[in-house]
Design a protein around this ligand. Structure first.
Ligand SMILES: NC(=O)c1ccc[n+]([C@@H]2O[C@H](COP(=O)([O-])OP(=O)(O)OC[C@H]3O[C@@H](n4cnc5c(N)ncnc54)[C@H](OP(=O)(O)O)[C@@H]3O)[C@@H](O)[C@H]2O)c1
Length: 369
């Protein structure tokens, strides 16, 4: 019954009347659209003829290169749209919207005019833009692109951690002044106490232990780091001990590198505040690739400039691009990465196709917020 109601809403048809004498194997007797009759006939192979009857309309963005052929074959009309312009009048009847790097105005326009949309698939891991645009989340299923950025963000995070440990940033600063950074080269003490110079033996705390963290941490472990995760619930995940936030006062003082991969939400605003920054050792580095709002940037600038923190490599900021007036530009040992960790969803077609299949089948979608 439930499956029928999902299907009928998807295909916009009413329940067929089946006579009392119908056997279980009877087919519906109403004139259901061709697409639906064929949908029921699982035993017969589908013909390769494109299905058009009662097709849903799916709008996909032209802001990235999608292999559209790999999401063809469903009873959905696939229509490209520009993410920076108002939605064309002839497509405001769309059922499904895929978003990627849409302008705020485009999304606001969509929230007002796409009155029939029932599912929005964001390709971003954190769909704050869609949520802020005014779509009615009580009526629309919103799914994220969580999983599409795991590899790229994990790779970038690893890069930033290596910059922090090996000080490539400082080498470059010296190079630009035509100076030899002698203190960084030649014979060096191996992993001196109270310094972060290698991932080997370093205590790395990963705050926000979701998909990205699960990709990153095996690499950190392979390089010899002692990794602990922090999330809302404690437990062992992918072989890593994950603790809840109440353990932070115990863990922060032992941390050599704090990696933040938290989503942006009111519950994560300024979770790394002055008090928690004070609990980190003076040699510790912060790497943030989650959302800028999770760090109190003023408190961070103070700690860096006063030498109470080793350094910070930030890919995300409260306001992006980082305003010219921000103190972070000049803060000591701060690396500014311009939200460059993700930005290239990998396997987007696979997620869209899988969720489209589930949507048509009336099954729960992946990555629902
Ligand atoms: N820099 C970039 O280019 C880039 C690219 C992609 C994503 N991101 C950011 O990275 C974030 C994480 O991505 P993901 O795919 O790993 O997400 P995910 O799989 O949803 O994982 C999120 C993690 O954060 C934890 N969390 C959520 N709210 C929390 C809170 N209030 N306090 C403590 N922990 C909390 C979750 O805890 P539980 O596991 O206990 O639920 C989970 O471990 C995204 O939301 C996005 O903002 C940035």
């Amino acid at each position: 019954m439930r499956a029928w109601s999902r299907l009928s809403s998807v295909f916009k048809i009413s329940r067929p009347s089946i006579s009392a004498s119908s056997s279980l194997s009877s087919r519906p007797t109403t004139s259901a659209p061709a697409v639906f009759t064929r949908y029921l006939s699982h035993s017969r192979p589908f013909s390769s003829t494109p299905l058009t009857a009662a097709a849903m309309k799916l709008l996909y963005p032209t802001s990235l290169k999608l292999d559209i052929t790999s999401i063809e074959g469903f009873s959905a009309q696939l229509v490209p749209y520009s993410v920076t312009e108002p939605f064309p009048e002839e497509h405001v009847d769309a059922d499904i919207l895929i978003t990627w790097t849409n302008s705020a105005d485009n999304l606001k326009d969509g929230a007002k005019r796409l009155t029939k949309v029932r599912w929005i698939q964001s390709l971003a891991a954190g769909p704050n833009d869609v949520l802020n645009a005014g779509f009615d989340a009580s009526k629309i299923i919103i799914t994220t692109g969580s999983g599409l950025h795991d590899h790229t963000v994990a790779e970038h995070t690893l890069g930033l951690l290596l910059v922090a440990a090996r000080r490539f940033d400082e080498m470059r600063d010296y190079q630009l002044q035509g100076k030899w950074p002698g203190h960084l080269g030649g014979p060096q003490p191996d992993r001196p106490e109270g310094k972060f110079t290698s991932l080997r033996g370093a205590n790395v705390l990963v705050w926000g232990f979701g998909n990205i963290a699960k990709t990153l941490t095996p690499w950190l472990v392979a390089l010899g780091a002692n990794v602990t995760g922090v999330a809302r619930s404690a437990g062992i995940r992918n072989g890593i001990e994950v603790v809840s936030e109440d353990k932070l006062p115990e863990l922060l003082p032992k941390t050599d590198a704090l990696v933040m991969i938290l989503p942006g939400s009111e519950s994560t605003r300024h979770v790394l505040n002055a008090e928690r920054i004070k609990q980190l050792p003076a040699h510790a580095w912060l790497v943030n690739v989650g959302r800028g709002m999770s760090v109190d940037e003023e408190a961070l600038a103070d700690a860096l400039n006063e030498g109470r923190l080793g350094g910070a490599a930030l890919d995300v900021f409260d306001v992006e691009p980082l305003p010219a007036a921000s103190r972070l530009w000049k803060a000591k040992n701060l690396v500014v990465s311009p939200h460059a960790a993700g930005g290239r969803p990998q396997g987007a077609e696979g997620l869209i196709a899988e969720n489209l299949r589930r949507f048509i089948a009336g099954q729960p979608l992946k990555n629902v917020i």
